[in-house]
Design a protein. Structure first.
Length: 177
């Protein structure tokens, strides 16, 4: 199965966790590749990236190697949209993500969207928890969990300004944790 590589190692400040890679992103070779996705704009405007980056593999490397931000997904199977995922995908991959997070222990596990966080909880943890945006009461090992709205262009319920506000809150937490 062709998918996006994980950008994981010990000592990361943040690990960005999407639901699953889009087939478009796999084709392009980097996370959040679709031009309509607001991730890169929100990241630059929030200060999390330390400046504006041109979306691509080189930007991923800069974030990973120089800025302490890693990338992975709850489910590694690519699809045209997250609605195409089956319970079997979550059952297979969510526990794998849990093991990765416990092994690498980033300071903050950053889930993109309620569906990513709740899907992870449903299939990798023993108990669900009440949902809220932002910092969660639950940790994954030593990692703080923070949930922001999904930056997908299909997520019309949250504007770019909303994303930037949440990413700035994450940046403040990153500075304090």
């Amino acid at each position: 199965m062709k998918t996006l590589p994980d950008y994981l190692r010990e000592g990361l400040d943040l690990v960005s966790i999407g639901i699953n890679p889009s087939t478009y992103s796999v084709e392009k070779g980097f996370y959040f590749a679709r031009p309509q996705n607001r991730f890169w704009k929100a990241l630059a405007a929030s200060g999390l990236a330390g400046g504006e980056l041109v979306p691509g593999v080189a930007a991923m490397e800069v974030l990973f190697r120089e800025r302490g931000i890693g990338f992975t997904d709850v489910v590694k199977r690519p699809s045209s949209n997250a609605a195409a995922l089956r319970d079997a995908d979550w059952e297979r991959w969510a526990p794998v993500l849990r093991r990765k997070l416990l092994r690498h222990a980033p300071r903050i596990a950053w889930f993109h969207g309620r569906a990513a966080w709740e899907g992870y909880l449903r299939f990798a943890e023993s108990e669900p928890c009440e949902f809220t945006w932002g910092r969660q009461a639950r940790r994954i090992g030593r990692s703080i969990v923070f949930v922001t709205p999904n930056p997908s262009g299909a997520n019309a319920g949250h504007s770019l300004a909303d994303l930037v506000r949440w990413y700035r809150r994450l940046a403040r937490l990153r500075g304090r944790s």
